[in-house]
Design a protein around this ligand. Structure first.
Ligand code: ACO
Length: 325
């Protein structure tokens, strides 16, 4: 059977660094609270003139170079994001134009922080079916522009960034299984109330802060702790891989307590779990590809390794994947 694998990885983080101490000057919080409750120490913030497609483009160029491909070799570009440049056209079309990927179809995918793995699963199916040879999957976010910088419950958690992977046809190995899930009953625990067709932009929507990210942290936390371990075990079963065979877990980077709970379910040691949350905070759909690209750069991803990717996010959604490198 035709397989699909990752042939290139890339990432981009904006230069501007915001530490927890910087946040102490903006909202009523402390470095100590943020570190102990979340594990986050700093995050990157996009420049005023940087939009999601700008970050996505930089990560995409790196992934294409890593895959040794030209932009015109791409058949499809998927951008997973909750912070598109604008409502339409799709940010993926803007990236297609920047890359001059003239043979590529393009669409955006909205699955919150699970979006990148949703995108990978979509890419794998397009490649395995024989419809496409090379699919570029990007997770990119400029969350800083939809945060309420007066809400200490959310603004301390997130950061900006982009990560990208090229998924291409392979003879063997590659993706062994992917698994996706959703529970829309949690839609109102993590959302941006205004700007869509339910509550269009108005003076009132602005006065009510409807264009900012809203979250019920505790509900999302409980959901995440339950889901991350379960989704990892489910995809391993689907792939016929035992948890003892896993070399590396690359989880969505939202909270070290959530990551620890997932690692415990898989009985993994600390050095088998990639964590960069202290550096970048939660970059939503960008977090898994940034972490995977970094793990690869650091020599933690080797031929034959079995790697589990897992995420949860707005929707609520979850997604997991197992691949043999
Ligand atoms: N600094 C200081 N105190 C704070 C802060 C802050 N930044 N934020 C909240 N607090 C206070 C609260 O007001 C509360 O005070 P009170 O007891 O006087 O009311 C107290 O700290 C405890 O608040 P909780 O919300 O109960 O704290 P909790 O331990 O649940 O941690 C957190 C909050 C970190 C947000 C946690 O719930 C969490 O990580 N949730 C998951 C969030 C997440 O991962 N979201 C991303 C989803 S992915 C996507 O699709 C974008």
């Amino acid at each position: 059977m035709r397989k699909a694998t990752i042939t290139g990885l890339g990432k981009y983080l904006p230069d501007r660094v915001m530490t927890n101490h910087d946040l102490e000057k903006i909202v009523d919080t402390t470095d100590e609270w943020i570190k102990t409750r979340t594990g986050i120490e700093k995050r990157r913030i996009a420049a005023d003139d940087q939009a999601t497609s700008d970050l996505a483009y930089e990560a995409a160029k790196e992934a294409l170079a890593d895959a040794d491909l030209k932009a015109e070799d791409l058949d499809l570009i998927i951008v997973a994001t909750i912070t598109p440049d604008m409502m339409f056209p799709a940010t993926s079309c803007i990236v297609q134009e920047k890359l001059e990927a003239k043979n590529a179809a393009a669409f955006d995918l909205g699955a919150g922080c699970s979006g990148f793995i949703y995108g990978l699963s979509t890419a794998v199916n397009f490649v395995e079916s024989g419809m496409y040879e090379n699919v570029l999957v990007i997770g990119a976010e400029v969350l800083s522009k939809i945060l309420d910088w007066e809400d200490r419950g959310t603004c301390v958690l997130f950061g900006d960034g982009a990560g990208a992977a090229v998924v291409s046809a392979a003879e063997e190995g590659g993706f062994l299984a992917t698994d996706l899930g959703a529970d829309g009953s949690g839609a109102d625990t993590l959302y941006q109330p205004a700007g869509g067709s339910r509550t269009p932009a108005s003076h009132e929507s602005i006065d009510n802060k409807g264009h900012f990210l809203k979250m019920e942290g505790t509900s999302v936390f409980k959901f995440a702790v339950k889901t991350m371990g379960k989704a990892s075990l489910k995809v391993l079963k689907k792939a016929g891989v035992k948890k003892e065979e896993v070399n590396l877990l690359v989880p969505h980077q939202a909270n070290t307590r959530i990551i620890d709970a997932a690692a415990k379910r898989l009985k993994l040691d600390d050095d088998q779990v990639y964590v960069n949350l202290p550096e970048y905070g939660n970059t939503s759909a960008a977090s898994v590809p940034i972490a995977l690209a970094e793990a690869k750069e650091k020599g933690l991803v080797n031929n034959g390794d079995k790697i589990v990717l897992v995420a949860f996010g707005a929707g609520l959604t979850w997604a997991s994947a197992v691949l043999e490198w």
